[in-house]
Ligand binder design. Structure first.
Ligand code: BES
Ligand code: MN
Ligand code: ZN
Length: 496
């Protein structure tokens, strides 16, 4: 999808479809809908529709006007944005996504979106571009009657310093396209997304964007004594892959070095502690954490912050077989810690344990991991919020600013020492499960042992990486959660 910036007046634009926001400026319970455009001709074109009460400005409510009078667009698409005073960039992102998704089934291929005058113009341009590109994604790659329904272009009407606005538009495009890149990877079924294929996709992306990349197989995983990672990988006939992407810009300081570590389980059967058949097909998205880091590295490579970043993905299947690890087995992790395997379905924390340790060995001073780690985080937070954990309040505070800016919902969960009791083992240093209660937290406590005091953030995206239901602004399926937050964090971290 092309993204275009134009300073022209809305009424003069010849297009199939001009989209404008309808906001509600009524006080309290009263509603008073108005078109959020400085341009009076656009307001007049929609005046009858609003006067009739057909649109009240409720969030994401939609109205169409054909051959509107006084303006050159063939159609006017009016999108509700809610109360004017509460209207945020996040709402605008959704409205732009909803506009795109309203166009797609109508075989309209281009959209012109008018910036509302209620937000700072640069933030508005970003929100519209991000929302439109994310809204354009559909997961129906494998439908044989798939008509390519992607939009050709979105034009944002905005006046201001055009140079700065162009830059905002380009940056927003990179962010949203990287999020969709992640969604494409997550969408693939496991027979089309083995660890080797994931590695190939990462390599191709790195080649395109100028990142250094290395992919290591079983030999190195064993040689480097990544016993926790190998314990999971040993059960599968598909070779595992340790993917290492490096962003080392000239002129970046030696420190900090940010390590982004992703769980890349391309299919999670549970292993010998096998999962029930019901819903097991969803475990193709168990590599979403890894895909998140690949998408984030793509955006970082293109946006070029002055900070070193290393992306690491631990990719393998989790399979039952004659070679698979068994409950009761003890594995020695790369760090030297011994792990008693209680449940082979708690495999994500095992591969990440070695991923985090390896990141520290490569010199990372700050760590972030992302993983579809636990069903328990879905019990705790449902589908609306990703779980965030951190051993460092300062790093967390920066990260929370980043996810707020990105408009992604996350909620911090605790890491009190009490929870560590649950993962104490009788015969090894630690167990890989901690019983039924607080399962997302005990999983995070396990990972914390492998961050070993390095400032670290853990994102449990099990409930948010895949959307069971579509939203007006976003298709159901892979969400690409956390890509934008990670990139925002990295860019802010640069200037620290
Ligand atoms: N990949 C799953 C977690 C998951 C659940 C992801 C639902 C997405 C949706 C993870 O590897 C897993 O199996 N976790 C177990 C841990 C348990 C055995 C301690 C779980 O959550 O049941
Ligand atoms: Mn599992
Ligand atoms: Zn898993």
């Amino acid at each position: 999808m092309k993204t275009i910036l134009s300073p022209r007046p809305a009424s003069q634009i010849e297009t199939e479809c001009l989209a404008v926001l309808v906001l509600d400026q009524g006080e309290g319970d009263q509603t008073e809908a108005y078109v959020a455009a400085a341009d009076h001709t656009v307001q007049e074109a929609a005046a009858d529709l609003l006067a009739a009460g057909d649109l009240t400005g409720k969030p994401l409510e939609i109205g169409w006007l054909h051959k509107p009078s006084g303006i050159k667009a063939k159609r006017l698409l009016l999108i509700g944005g809610g109360k004017r005073k509460k209207f945020t960039a996040s709402d605008l992102r959704k409205a732009a996504g909803a506009a795109v998704r309203a166009l797609k089934p109508r075989s309209l291929r281009s959209l012109v979106f008018l910036c509302p005058e209620t937000l700072p113009v640069e933030a508005a341009v970003r929100a519209i571009v991000e929302g439109a590109i994310v809204g354009d994604f559909d997961p129906d790659t494998y439908k044989s009657d798939r008509k390519d329904q992607r939009l050709e272009s979105v034009t944002v009407l905005a006046s201001g310093k055009q140079g700065e606005l162009e830059r905002a538009l380009d940056e927003a495009r990179i962010l949203a396209e990287s999020q969709n890149f992640t969604r494409d990877l997550v969408n693939e079924p496991s027979n089309h997304m083995t660890p080797s294929i994931l590695a190939k996709r990462a390599e191709a992306m790195c080649k395109e964007t100028g990142l250094k990349v290395e992919v290591y197989g079983a030999d190195k995983i064993k040689e480097w004594k990544m016993g926790a990672f190998w314990g999971v990988a040993q059960g599968s006939d598909e070779p595992p892959a340790l993917i290492v992407m490096r962003y080392e810009p000239a002129g970046a300081p030696q420190k900090p070095v940010l390590g982004l570590v992703g769980k890349g389980i391309t299919f999670d059967t549970g292993g010998i502690s096998i999962k029930p058949a019901d819903g097991m097909e969803k475990m193709k998205y168990d590599m979403a954490g890894g895909a998140t880091m690949i998408g984030a590295m793509r955006a970082i490579a293109l946006l070029k912050p002055k900070i070193k970043v290393i992306g690491i993905v631990c990719a393998t299947e989790n399979m039952p077989s004659g070679k698979a690890q068994k409950p009761g087995d003890i594995q020695t992790a790369m760090s030297g810690k011994t792990i008693e395997i209680i449940n082979t379905d708690a495999e994500g924390r095992l591969v990440l344990a070695d991923g985090l340790c390896y990141a520290r060995q490569l010199g990372c001073t700050h760590l972030i991991d992302a993983a579809t780690l636990t069903g328990a985080v879905v019990v705790a937070l449902g589908y609306a919020n990703a779980g965030v954990f951190s051993n460092d309040d300062e790093m967390y505070n920066r990260f929370s600013k980043a996810f707020e800016k990105a408009g992604e919902k996350m909620w911090r969960l605790p890491l009190d020492e009490e929870y560590k009791e649950q993962i104490k083992s009788n015969i090894a240093d630690i167990m890989n499960t901690g019983g039924r209660w607080g399962g997302a937290i005990t999983a995070a406590k396990f990972l914390e042992e492998f961050a070993e005091g390095t400032p670290w953030i853990h994102l449990d995206i099990a409930g948010t990486a895949w959307m069971e239901e579509g939203k007006p602004w976003m298709a159901k399926g892979p969400s690409g959660i956390a890509v934008r937050s990670l990139v925002e964090f990295t860019r802010e971290f640069e200037s620290s």
